[in-house]
Design a protein around this ligand. Structure first.
Ligand code: PEP
Ligand code: MG
Length: 754
């Protein structure tokens, strides 16, 4: 390699650096390098001033529109890997590398060889310099050495530019463009107008505000107070029989506070002076709370917290009234909020929902599960993003990458549109598999069922070739309702689902609320909701609700005969015994009423480790099991499935989960119990290969994912998977497991393509 060229390059850099035009300097660097090395691409990535991300600062060869926009985290993709490991990477075929991530706006797909070097100045990372080419061989040692030298020469000059950050600020101030990283919620790509759902504003955030019409402002406040009073009244009567009298009396304290003349009079005085209702409320509540808190009497002191709680509820009502009065545009929408419930979704026409974004939650939040069922792309846990500030902005939701793009520039929009069309074509291609069985190349037949809970989902399930319903989440209709549905309402709903799938089996799970599945009309506030009143525990404690539900399911089955009952969150033997007794009793009562219906198969979810450990003792009371790998993973690993902070620790390929799944499979086989798996794991291709190897022959997943998984099963030989499973037994982490499975997945993808 010629040293004069390197000298020429540094001379140019020095000259442009003096000229004070950083964009021009960076463009010249990549131009010169590309020409000098005769490569297809040369790109420069710089760290953002906060050292949190790498931004494509200049390129010759990749799409120029991506400059200033393509963004990676410091450990994301190959460039991120170079930044975090501070080492050179020289690859023959970058896109096949595990660490590779495709950045849509760069159009970099045709390039294979890749060489990247870190730019370091005084031990601080400045950025990464990359060259790429179409051939499939690594760059020569000579080129590698040259790049390392160039990087060391350029780092100093680029460092002062990088830390000033004006190149970056300028680019972004004008467009409002932002790339936001979250977690994968539901696969697919959607784009549309951002619409915030139910803004959650805490009372402490309310700042001074005025009003021009005190009469209507007072009325809004009165309406909000009345709505809170009604809510409290209904929660109080639901809990009447379950709470000790002294605890239940708290409801009366709340009601008294809500109706206290002090609260009303003081708020009205503020409003009449021209303050907004929310600001009046905040001032009044602050003063009342302070008064309580300054009391010597511990009882009165504690009331300070209650008045704040009441104030927050009134504020929620005030704000949701506001949000209802805003009509969303009749266009493609991206719904954004803290955690969007199924009831929130029900307020929008389904065909308008093109994406869902939540600032909390993770892959297994209920919102994500519902989005999966609906086939709507979703991204969860998008921290530090305030949807209300971006109402009407354009947004892309990339559920495959767990990423969103706010105000995308035109070329990026174009690229995503192309990807959406490609994906639609791929799914249409897979439709030809609808009536084909999910059978491996060497004849292992897998039954693919669907997870549902929405009637709207019945048709997609059948269209995509589901052989029945492996999990009907009955809580979903309860969540859309504004009170517990009656037996007759439930009966007609269940009958429709059974009818839609008859004669295929439908496993209907009884109510599984608690955790992140809350009913809007039945507040369960617990410090540790995942370890609290959930699933069968709640149902047995509220026997009247359970009996109503069982009766509705049995009555619907009298007509169709394809019902299987499934019990969630079993952790004790007496729970399943108690459930059976309720079913037997309901059957005999129905018989007395003239409804003839046989005992349906009864199954239990394995979600809690104790159910797995007690399988032989539970077996006499059940006919089948269904593994809820979402909760089983959560409880085995002690990782909240809904907490983005520990999301990286939640992986159903954790070696302990794999040990548990093998054990469950082998025990069920020995006990003659049919076993299926219905968690999100059944949609993860890597996991599916291992489940097949273990011997699982029945999986239940969202309708959207059935064609892909069927395609995968049809392209593998189970005999090749068994040695793979054998090797994973020695793995120390989920990362090791994924690395082992990856080559087989790639081989399967190559077979699929041919
Ligand atoms: C599970 O826990 O895996 C499951 C299927 O149930 P849910 O996600 O509804 O809790
Ligand atoms: Mg569960």
């Amino acid at each position: 390699m010629q040293q004069p060229s390197l000298k020429a390059l540094t001379a140019i850099v020095d000259e442009i650096a003096r000229s004070g035009n950083p964009e021009a300097m960076m463009s010249r660097i990549v131009q010169q390098l590309r020409a000098l090395l005769s490569v297809d691409v040369c790109s420069l990535y710089l760290c953002t001033p906060d050292q949190q991300h790498l931004i494509l600062a200049a390129t010759e060869g990749l799409a120029s529109e991506a400059v200033g926009h393509a963004r990676l985290q410091l450990d994301e993709g190959l460039v991120g890997h170079i930044a975090s490991s501070l080492s050179t990477l020289n690859l023959g075929d970058a896109p096949t590398d595990d660490r590779f991530v495709f950045i849509p706006e760069t159009h970099e797909m045709p390039y294979h060889r890749f060489l990247g070097v870190p730019l370091l100045h005084l031990r601080k990372l400045v950025g990464v310099l990359v060259i790429q080419g179409r051939e499939r061989v690594p760059f020569s040692q000579e080129t590698e050495a040259f790049m390392i030298t160039v990087a060391s020469q350029l780092a100093g000059t680029l460092s002062s530019l990088q830390s000033r950050g004006d190149w970056y600020e300028r680019k972004h101030a004008s467009t409002g463009y932002r790339r936001l990283k979250g977690q994968k919620g539901a696969p697919g790509i959607g784009m549309g107008t951002l619409w915030p759902v139910r803004p959650h504003v805490s009372l402490d955030q309310i700042v001074e505000g005025t009003c021009s019409d005190p009469a209507s402002e007072s009325q809004a406040l009165e309406d909000a107070i009345q709505a809170v009073a009604d809510d409290l009244e209904s929660s109080s009567s639901h809990l009447d029989q379950h709470l000790p009298a002294d605890v239940h009396a708290l409801f009366n304290v709340y009601q008294m506070m809500l109706h206290s003349p002090e609260l009303h009079t003081e708020c009205c005085e503020h409003i009449n002076r021209g303050d907004s209702a929310a600001w009046s409320l905040r001032q009044t509540v602050d003063r009342m709370a302070e008064q309580f808190q300054s009391s010597e009497d511990p009882y009165l002191k504690a009331r300070g917290e209650d008045i704040r709680n009441i104030g927050q509820r009134i504020l929620n009502q005030l704000l949701s009234r506001d949000s209802i009065s805003r009509t969303p545009p009749d266009t493609d929408l991206i719904l954004a909020g803290e955690l969007i419930s199924i009831a929130d979704l029900a307020e929008f026409p389904l065909q308008n929902i093109h994406g869902i974004v939540c600032t909390r939650g993770s892959t297994l939040s209920h919102t994500a599960i519902v989005a999966n069922a609906l086939g709507v792309p979703a991204v969860m846990g998008l921290e530090n993003f305030e949807p209300e500030q971006h109402t009407h902005a354009q947004m892309i939701v990339d559920g495959h990458r767990g990423e969103c793009v706010l105000n995308p520039p035109a070329p990026l929009l174009h690229e995503y549109r192309r990807m959406i069309n490609e994906e639609q074509r791929f799914m249409q291609d897979l439709e030809r598999l609808r009536d084909e069985p999910a059978v491996s190349r060497d004849g292992f037949r897998v039954c693919l069922l669907t997870n549902t809970g929405l009637l709207a989902d019945a048709t997609p399930g059948l269209q995509r070739g589901a052989e029945g319903v492996g999990l009907y989440r009955s809580e979903i209709p309860f969540m859309i309702h504004d009170g517990f549905p009656t037996e007759q309402e439930q009966y007609s709903l269940y009958a429709k689902v059974l009818q839609a799938y008859a004669p295929h089996p439908v496993s209907m799970r009884t109510l599984d609320i608690g955790g992140d599945k809350q009913l809007p009309y039945f507040d369960i506030s617990e410090t540790n909701p995942y370890l609290g009143w959930r699933g069968i525990r709640f149902s047995l404690d509220n026997a009247q609700l359970l009996i109503t539900q069982i009766r509705a399911m049995l009555r619907a089955n009298a007509e169709y005969g394809n019902l299987k009952l499934l019990v969630p969150m079993v952790s004790r033997i007496d729970e399943i015994q108690g459930f059976r007794r309720h079913v037997e009793k309901a059957l005999s009562t129905l018989e007395r009423e003239g409804v003839r219906v046989g005992m349906p198969p009864i199954g239990m979810m394995i979600e809690v480790p104790s159910a797995m450990l007690l399988l032989p003792r539970l077996a006499p009371y059940i006919d089948f099991v269904s593994i809820g790998s979402n909760d089983l993973t959560q409880y085995l690993l002690a990782v909240d499935r809904n907490n983005p902070r520990v999301a990286s620790l939640f992986d159903h390929l954790h070696p302990a989960v794999l040990v548990a799944l093998e054990q469950i499979h082998d025990q069920c086989e020995a006990l003659g119990l049919p076993a299926s798996l219905c968690g999100e794991m059944a949609s993860d291709p890597a996991a599916v290969l291992l489940l097949l190897a273990m011997g699982y022959d029945c999986l239940s997943l969202s309708a959207y994912n059935i064609p892909r998984i069927k395609h995968l099963i049809r392209s593998v030989n189970r005999s090749e998977l068994k040695p793979l499973l054998e090797s994973t037994r020695l793995c120390q982490s989920e990362t090791d497991v994924r690395a082992l499975v990856q080559p087989l997945l790639e081989a399967a993808a190559r077979r699929q393509a041919t």
